[in-house]
Write a protein that binds this ligand. Structure first.
Ligand SMILES: *Cc1c(COP(=O)(O)O)cnc(C)c1O
Length: 361
């Protein structure tokens, strides 16, 4: 067996220890004689799995008691609609546009009400985070929306916007559990787990309780009403059972690793190796403003498309896979999520140096 270094933006690398444990439990989960894939979501044994997963997540993130944790389906993309459906009481909300995912959420919100663009970095291909200290937020806005880490462009909000007292909703798909967060600063934190947490198929949403009500937009489907999901502890219908089970294992792994403080330290160390090299290289360079750089997604380019293609091809042959940048931006992108070992980044940089020497400019 030989495993590659997988720099995919998502679905993405998972901790090897988690995969091995899941393999060991595949045929017989803890003496139940069944795989977790085969068991009823109403069984006692599965109930323990989902409850424990929630508790571990609460411990890791220090989630206050007045927040619900929901395990949902439909991906982050469906949640773009759930936010206005459940939160647009005045039918007006502010969006900060920092990339494709924020743009899609913004477009979705427009279906349901007035979505106002508060700030944007589209003028420079989303290569920075706009100044959000004094945004044109009005009193009648129901919430302010951000995509906290921009997976495609590689930027991250280092400070949260000044929402002038309005509820903050954040898509954290690609920075979930990468560092400590103060949950109480947000009204809603949500993300698809397939970036930094688990396999595809589940969205985790952490929602302040007072936002979970029957007062939703007319026509909101039962399944998309947060109250339905909250009242049934995410078991209104069959949840993505196996994905939640793997997420639970990742939470235990994170606890063992030392929690989010430790992850932050490791993630900073990993990202620094790559960014330091990009800053010193004559061939490769990062594409975003330094102070807005993501710890998770690192886009970079050379000055020629040919060289980019050659690099991606040779890197793949050497076992560094999924380094091609998003189809909308080109170049390269290394996603270095929690589960990417530091050796993966060290070896990638060694290979980049070697490539630079061989193809010297
Ligand atoms: C990947 C991604 C999405 C879309 O997730 P799906 O689960 O595929 O809908 C949304 N937001 C961000 C920040 C992402 O990285």
């Amino acid at each position: 067996m030989s495993r590659v270094y997988n720099f995919s933006a998502g679905p993405a690398v998972l901790p090897e220890k988690v995969l091995k444990e899941a393999a060991e439990e595949m045929l017989d989960y803890k003496g139940s004689g069944q795989s977790v894939m085969e068991m009823s979501h109403r069984s006692k044994v599965y109930d323990n799995i989902i409850k424990e997963a929630e508790q571990d997540l609460r411990d890791i993130m220090n989630i206050p008691d007045n927040y619900k944790v929901l395990f949902l389906q439909g991906g982050a993309s469906q949640f773009f609609a759930e936010v206005p459906m459940n939160m647009m009481k005045n039918k007006k909300a502010g969006y900060i546009i920092t990339g494709q995912w924020a743009k899609k959420a913004f477009a979705e919100a427009k279906i349901y009400g007035e979505a106002v663009k508060l700030a944007s970095s589209e003028d420079e291909t989303f290569s920075y985070i706009p100044d959000c200290s004094d945004l044109p937020i009005t009193d009648d806005m129901d919430y302010v929306y951000i995509c906290e880490n921009n997976t495609i462009y590689g930027t991250k909000f280092k400070t949260l916007p000044n929402t002038k007292g309005k509820d903050l909703v954040a898509d954290v798909s690609s920075c979930f559990l990468s560092e400590p967060v103060d949950v109480s600063k947000y009204a809603v934190i949500y993300g698809g787990v397939q970036k930094n947490v688990g396999p595809a198929g589940c969205v985790i949403a952490i929602i302040r309780e007072d936002l979970i009500t029957d007062d939703v937009l007319p026509g909101t489907p039962t399944m998309l009403k947060w109250k339905t999901q909250a009242d049934n502890d995410s078991l209104y219908n069959t949840p993505p059972c196996y994905t939640i089970y793997i997420c639970g294992k990742v939470f235990k792994w994170l606890k063992k690793m030392g929690g989010l403080e430790k992850m932050k330290e490791l993630n900073e160390k990993k990202a620094k190796i790559l960014y330091d090299y990009l800053d010193s290289s004559k061939m490769f360079r990062g594409t975003v403003r330094k102070e807005d750089r993501s710890l998770m997604n690192v886009p970079f380019v050379t000055d020629s498309d040919e060289l980019n293609d050659k690099f991606i091809k040779e890197a793949t042959e050497r076992g560094f896979v999924n380094l091609k940048g998003h189809r909308s931006v080109g170049g390269m992108r290394a996603s270095i999520y929690n589960a990417m070992p530091i050796e993966g980044v060290q070896k990638l940089v060694e290979f980049m140096k070697e490539f630079e020497e061989k193809n010297h400019v």
